[in-house]
Design a protein around this ligand. Structure first.
Ligand code: NDP
Length: 293
C-alpha cells in the first residue's frame, strides 16, 4: 500500500484564503480589522522564524499585525504589563506570547494574564477547561489544524480508534479532547506507555507528537491507518547541513498507512493558518458577530 499524502500546505492555503475573504467582508461591511499581537522574548532562532511567518501571513490575510520584540533580560513584571496593555487595546483581538520564555519568567503566570477571549493560542486555563467540557473555547492551533485535516480526509470520525502519542499541554492533551469531542475512542500514549507498538496498531488514527525523529515505524501501524505527524525535528545530514523530519519514519509508514502528513508540508503550515482563523474568530466574538465558517 502507498499512503495518500495529506497536503497540509494546500489545506492551509485554502483556509488562509477563506479567512482572508471573511476579513475583507468584515473590514468592508463593519469597518473592523482583526488584529493579532505577537510577543517575542529573546533571540531563539526557531521562534524568530515562526514570528516572522506569522506577521507576514497575518498581513496577507488583511489583518493587522503588532509585533513586540523584547530583550531576553526583560522582567516578568514588564512582560505582564505589556500583556495588560494588549488586553485593553481594542485594536488587538488576539494575543500570542511565543514560547519558550526565558527561565526567569513564569510562563504559566504570563499565559494566565492573557484575556481568555484574546487567547488565540488556547493555552489559558479557562480555554483548556472550556475545551475539556465541550464548550465554546479558543482551541490550540496545532491540534485544531490536525482535526481539520482529519475531518476533511475521513468525514465523520465517530467511533474510530485514535491514539495520540504525546501528552503535552500544547498538542497531545488538546488533540485528545478534540478527538473525543468528535466521538473517537481515544488513547493517549506517552513515555511510560507499555507495549507502544501494540497500542498504536489498534488505531485507525495516529497523531504523533513526541519530538523524536522517525520514532513511529511502519510495522507499528494498522494497515490503512491515518497518520498525522506533528513532529518537527532538525537532524544532521551527511553533507553537514540539516533537514526537518517528523516523528514518523516516513518511508516505512507511508508503505503501511492509508494516509499520512509529510514533514515539512503537513501540520506545520496548518498551525499558522489556524492562528489566523482563531484571530478572526476572536474578533467576531469580541464584536458580538456570528462565528466565521
Ligand atoms: P513535549 O516534549 O512537550 O511532549 C512530548 C511528549 O512525547 C510527552 O508527552 C512525552 O511523554 C512523549 N514522549 C517522549 N518520548 C517518548 C517515547 N520514547 N515514547 C513515548 N512517548 C514519548 O513536545 P510537544 O508536544 O511540544 O511537541 C511534540 C513535537 O511536535 C515536537 O517535535 C515539536 O517540535 C512538534 N510541534 C510541532 C508543531 C507544529 O506546528 N507542527 C507545534 C508544536 C509542536 P511524557 O509526558 O511521559 O514525558
Amino acid at each position: 500500500m502507498t499512503a495518500t499524502i495529506i497536503d497540509g500546505k494546500a489545506f492551509a492555503a485554502e483556509l488562509r484564503a477563506r479567512v482572508a475573504a471573511q476579513v475583507t467582508k468584515l473590514t468592508e461591511g463593519q469597518g473592523i480589522v482583526p488584529g493579532l499581537a505577537v510577543v517575542l522574548v529573546g533571540e531563539d532562532p526557531a521562534s524568530q522564524v515562526y514570528v516572522r511567518a506569522k506577521g507576514k501571513q497575518t498581513g496577507e490575510a488583511g489583518m493587522r499585525s503588532f509585533e513586540h520584540r523584547l530583550d531576553e533580560t526583560v522582567s516578568e513584571a514588564a512582560l505582564l504589563e505589556l500583556v495588560d496593555r494588549l488586553n485593553g487595546d481594542p485594536a488587538v483581538h488576539g494575543i500570542l506570547v511565543q514560547l519558550p520564555l526565558p527561565g526567569h519568567v513564569d510562563a504559566d503566570k504570563v499565559m494566565a494574564r492573557i484575556n481568555p477571549a484574546k487567547d488565540v493560542d488556547g493555552f489559558h486555563i479557562s480555554n483548556v477547561g472550556l475545551l475539556g467540557t465541550g464548550q465554546k473555547a479558543m482551541v490550540p492551533c496545532t491540534p485544531l489544524g490536525c482535526l481539520m485535516m482529519l475531518r476533511a480526509h475521513h468525514g465523520d470520525l465517530s467511533g474510530l480508534e485514535a491514539v495520540v502519542l504525546g501528552r503535552s499541554n500544547i498538542v497531545g492533551k488538546p488533540m485528545a479532547q478534540l478527538l473525543l469531542g468528535d466521538s473517537c475512542t481515544v488513547t493517549v500514549a506517552h513515555s511510560r506507555t507499555r507495549e507502544l507498538p501494540a497500542v498504536l496498531r489498534r488505531a485507525d488514527i495516529v497523531v504523533a507528537a513526541v519530538g523524536r525523529p522517525g520514532m513511529v515505524r511502519g510495522d507499528w501501524l494498522k494497515p490503512g491507518a491515518t497518520l498525522i505527524d506533528v513532529g518537527i525535528n532538525r537532524i544532521a545530514k551527511p553533507d553537514g547541513g540539516t533537514r526537518l523530519v517528523g516523528d514518523a519514519d516516513f518511508e516505512s509508514c507511508s508503505a503501511v498507512a492509508g494516509a499520512i502528513t509529510p514533514v515539512p508540508g503537513g501540520v506545520g503550515p496548518m498551525t499558522i493558518a489556524c492562528l489566523l482563523a482563531n484571530t478572526l474568530t476572536a474578533c467576531c466574538r469580541q464584536n458580538g458577530l456570528p462565528e466565521p465558517v
